[in-house]
Design a protein. Structure first.
Length: 93
C-alpha cells in the first residue's frame, strides 16, 4: 500500500500528535515521546500498532508525541493519519 506523509492530532493536553511516514524497511517503527511513557508507553505503542495493522498498514514510521491521550483518542488520531496517508477512507462502505 502506497503511503504518504501525514499528520493528525495536536499538542494540546489530553491529545496526541501522530506523524506517519513511509518506511524503507519492513515493519512498524513507533517512536514515542510522552511524559507518561514509563508507565503507559507499552500500551500506547500497542494501540498504535494494532490500529495500523487493522487498517492494513504494516510498514511505516510513526512519530507520536503524547500529551495524556486516552486509548480511544490514540486510535482516532492514528486512523485519521492513516486515512490521510493512504487516501483510503476507512469509514466508507
Amino acid at each position: 500500500m502506497k503511503l504518504n506523509n501525514a499528520i493528525a492530532g495536536t499538542l494540546e493536553s489530553g491529545d496526541i500528535l501522530v506523524e506517519l511516514s513511509p518506511s524503507d524497511t519492513p515493519g512498524l517503527t513507533v517512536n514515542l515521546e510522552s511524559s507518561v511513557a514509563y508507565q503507559f508507553g507499552d500500551q500506547i505503542r500497542n494501540v498504535i500498532r494494532e490500529t495500523l495493522e487493522e487498517l492494513g498498514i504494516n510498514d511505516a514510521i510513526v512519530d507520536a508525541t503524547d500529551k495524556g491521550a486516552l486509548d480511544c483518542t490514540i486510535r482516532a488520531r492514528v486512523t485519521a493519519a492513516a486515512v490521510r496517508a493512504t487516501g483510503k477512507d476507512v469509514w466508507a462502505d
